[in-house]
Ligand binder design. Structure first.
Ligand code: HEC
Length: 115
C-alpha cells in the first residue's frame, strides 16, 4: 500500500509527511481520499492523471467540468496557486498561496493516491 513511498529518499518523505499534515488541515474538510466519498468537493483519490470535473456524483461548476484540464503536478500547482485565475467561474476559492506548502500538498496527492 505504501509502494510509492519506497521510491522516495528521506528528504522527500519528510516533505510528504508535511503534505499529509497540510492536506488534513486545509483540504480534508471538503475532500476525501476515499473513492466515491464526495463532500463539498469531489474525492481526490487518483486525482493525478484524472480529467478535471470527472468524478461521478460530485458537484462541479460548469467552468471546471468544461475546462479540459488533466490534473498532474503542474496543473495542480497552477490551480492551487489561484483557482479562479486558472478556471474563471470555479466554485472553489481555496488555494494555497505559499509555494513550498503547495509543493508539499501536490507531492502528497501524487504519492497518496497511486493505487
Ligand atoms: C471549502 C471546501 C474546499 C476546500 C477546503 C478545498 N476544496 Fe478543493 N474543491 C472544492 C470544490 C467545491 C471543488 C469543485 C470546484 C468546481 O467544480 O469548480 C473543488 C475542486 C478541487 C479540485 C479539482 C478536482 C476535480 O475532480 O477536478 C482539486 C484538485 C482540489 N479541489 C484540490 C484541493 C486541495 C489540494 C485543497 C487543500 C489545499 C482543497 N481543494 C481545499 C472545495 C474545497
Amino acid at each position: 500500500m505504501a509502494a510509492g513511498g519506497l521510491l522516495l529518499p528521506g528528504a522527500a518523505s519528510a516533505q510528504q509527511a508535511d503534505g499529509e499534515r497540510l492536506f488534513r488541515q486545509r483540504c480534508e474538510a471538503c475532500h476525501s481520499l476515499e473513492p466515491g466519498q464526495n463532500r463539498a468537493g469531489p474525492h481526490l483519490s487518483g486525482v493525478v492523471g484524472r480529467t478535471a470535473g470527472s468524478v461521478e456524483g460530485a458537484r462541479y461548476s460548469a467552468a471546471l467540468r468544461e475546462s479540459d484540464i488533466v490534473w498532474d503536478g503542474g496543473t495542480l500547482n497552477t490551480f492551487l496557486a489561484a483557482p479562479r485565475q486558472m478556471v474563471p467561474g470555479t466554485s472553489t476559492t481555496v488555494g494555497v498561496p505559499n509555494a513550498a506548502q503547495r509543493a508539499a500538498i501536490v507531492g502528497y496527492l501524487e504519492g497518496a493516491v497511486a493505487q
